[in-house]
Ligand binder design. Structure first.
Ligand code: AMP
Length: 478
């Protein structure tokens, strides 16, 4: 039995998570968000970026790992729209939250409706659960998704205005094992990727027990009102739980003496939370109780959690790789059946990719071609076009340098690429319907029937590598 966390278990000042307060890029926001500078080329909007092939290997790895985990745990893929009615987010994420108050890309569409680019996808998943009558399916209904989210946040290292998440949601069952299993899934995804992570966890109970706690929290902060920033004063008045998300140094220090929500949980909430912790202990998922963790969205109830790098523990600015929690009131809030439970989490793909990069994990975007095609003249190029297709169908990637004419220049490229074989098609070979296979390591060349070259190369690759080249075909991306 795990005892309910007492104050001694609370992270110390050094370990208490603190949000990043200073942006890495210190420039005047107005300047950077300003108009396109005059000129013929276009700047990226601030906080938006192109994800180039340098990153794609890691992104593929993350998405493949997420997908295989989703399949192993029987989650069904769902594609959700990027644009939704603004009210969906206002009502669920909550009016007093930073996301709704400051960060949503909201505009009026041509039909005069207020719409928003999704800042997260849980509300959309709950909407989909209701609108497709998923209540009538065997519960829990488990969904996963991946895609871009949009928040007009202050860009800094690892924080963008368009960022990508992979999320898992489970609707219809309120058993603590569901919370624990979701945490295990997120933890194992990150572990499988090679990251050493810890789970920060807390319970914020039900709306009812939170009321009593909030009264106490407000009373505590009222005593220190003169030390609070205007923003935190406003939070205290409008949505006091949000003061726990405050990034202000003074507020964070005050929080250390503030009442903790765990002490206000009712018996049922306590029992639920303790069971979640027991399950986590059982499967040896390392967790740290964090009484300040409330997450920046209003729909959460009971368990809330975040995944952080284990070696970030104690760092001033802990960066969450993902987070989630239980949201038992969400479906009802959207007009669905009262008391429909739910729980889920989302991982931030950019943050995970950065963590992998910092560890030197940098897989190639696609398999390195082992074969290069060198051509001399247009007739050879014509045959080459068909040959490429034949190799593709045999799932053997082939490189080329169509922009170069001289054989030497093409062989230089082949050497740089480190291919094992170069196929050389000159005028004589075109006439003879043959092709040269050059072994790049030994320099040995062999003239073969062009119609048989695909099969021969396949055999040679198998022989050299001791593996089937088909296995090296690009892995399909989630
Ligand atoms: P949240 O539900 O807001 O905690 O988001 C879940 C995860 O998405 C976070 O733990 C981050 O990894 C990632 N994330 C959230 N906001 C951003 C952002 N602005 N830029 C990059 N990643 C983000």
């Amino acid at each position: 039995m795990i005892p309910m966390p007492a104050k001694k278990k609370v992270p110390t000042k050094a370990t208490a998570p603190k949000s990043v307060t200073k942006p890495a890029v210190v420039k005047k926001e107005k300047e950077e968000d300003g108009e396109q500078k005059s000129g013929k080329t276009f700047d990226l909007l601030r906080g938006f970026r192109d994800i180039l092939s340098d990153d794609q290997g890691r992104w593929n790895l993350i998405r493949d790992t997420v997908r295989s985990m989703a399949e192993a745990y029987s989650f069904d893929r769902i594609e959700l729209p990027i644009l939704e009615r603004s009210e969906l987010f206002n009502r669920t994420i909550g009016k007093g939250t930073d996301i709704v108050e400051k960060e949503m890309y909201t505009f009026t569409d041509p039909s005069n409706r207020s719409v928003s680019l999704r800042p997260e996808a849980t509300a959309s998943a709950a909407r989909a659960y209701i609108s497709h009558g998923m209540l009538d399916r065997p519960q829990p209904v488990k969904m996963w998704y991946t895609g871009p989210m949009f928040r007009h946040d202050r860009p800094q290292a690892g924080r963008y205005r368009q960022f990508y998440q992979a999320g898992f949601e489970s609707f219809g069952v309120n058993e603590p094992i569901v919370d624990a299993q979701l945490i295990v899934i997120g933890y194992q995804i990150l572990r499988e990727l090679g990251l050493d992570v810890k789970v920060q966890i807390n319970s914020i109970g039900t709306t009812e027990c939170r009321q009593a706690y909030l009264a106490e929290l407000v009373a505590y902060f009222r005593q220190h009102r003169n030390k609070l920033s205007d923003e935190d004063k406003r939070r205290l008045q409008k949505n006091p739980l949000r003061i726990l998300d405050s990034k202000e140094e003074v507020t964070r220090e005050l929080l250390e003496g503030a009442p903790q929500i765990l002490d206000w949980l009712d018996d049922k909430s306590k029992e639920h939370f303790m069971k979640v912790l027991e399950f986590l202990e059982e499967v040896e998922v390392p967790f740290v109780l964090n009484p300040y963790l409330v997450r920046g969205l209003d729909y959460y109830t009971h368990t809330v959690f975040e995944f952080v790098l284990a070696d970030d523990e104690g760092a001033k600015a802990q960066v969450a790789l993902g987070g989630g929690g239980r949201y038992d009131g969400l479906v009802e809030l959207l007009g669905g059946r009262p008391e429909t439970p739910g729980c889920g989490f989302a991982l931030g793909i950019e943050r995970i990719s950065r963590a992998l990069e910092a560890k030197g994990i940098n897989p190639p975007e696609r398999p390195q071609p082992q074969v290069f095609f060198a051509q001399l003249g247009d007739a050879a190029r014509r045959i080459g076009l068909q040959l490429f297709e034949d190799f593709r169908q045999a799932k053997i990637p082939v490189a080329e340098a169509f922009g170069k004419n001289a054989l030497k220049a093409q062989l230089d490229v082949a050497n740089k690429l480190g291919v094992q074989f170069t196929l050389i098609l000159g005028q004589k070979e075109v006439l003879d319907e043959t092709i040269i296979i050059r072994d790049m390591e030994s320099g040995a060349q062999e003239i073969v029937d062009v119609k048989k070259v695909v099969g021969l190369v396949k055999k040679k690759l198998r022989h050299e590598e001791g593996v089937d080249p088909i296995m090296q075909s690009p892995v399909e991306v989630a």
